[in-house]
Design a protein around this ligand. Structure first.
Ligand SMILES: [Cu+2]
Length: 138
């Protein structure tokens, strides 16, 4: 019951040097031997858009939205659309803030900023490239 959550402590220490590592540790739950990528989506200042707005990633990868605008934005799945229309929700992303999410299922994830409807994007999550299986002796 009193087990120290070392992974959390380590994650926080690593996080001092890399927000990305913290996000991954918190969200993926994947072992360190699995390769995951973090894809950045920027909200540039004064542009009212996501860059890139269309992103293709592999299953298990994370996306990190970074707000470089001088006002706050929201990331939210578009209701009724996509593979899981409740997958994405970052209710507050102030100036300089960021939010990361790891995608664990293949599919299509359209999203928008529900303060500024013109800001839309989509993440396509594809199967990871499978390593060829090890030789099977018969
Ligand atoms: Cu917005």
């Amino acid at each position: 019951m009193l087990q120290t959550p070392w992974i959390i402590i380590i994650s926080v220490i690593v996080g001092l040097f890399s927000n990305t590592a913290t996000a991954l540790a918190e969200e993926t739950g994947l072992s360190s031997t699995e390769s995951v990528s973090v894809h950045e989506v920027h909200i540039p200042k004064g542009a009212d858009k996501f860059e890139p707005s269309v992103l293709k990633i592999k299953i298990g990868d994370a996306v990190k939205w970074i707000n470089e605008d001088d006002r706050g934005h929201v990331i939210a799945s578009i209701p009724g659309q996509g593979t899981n229309d409740k997958e994405l929700f970052a209710p507050s992303m102030p100036t300089g803030g960021s939010w990361s999410h790891t995608f664990k299922k293949t599919g299509e994830y359209p999203y928008f900023c529900y303060i500024h409807y013109v800001m839309m994007g989509v993440v396509f999550v594809e199967e990871a490239n499978q390593e060829p299986p090890a030789k099977i002796e018969q």
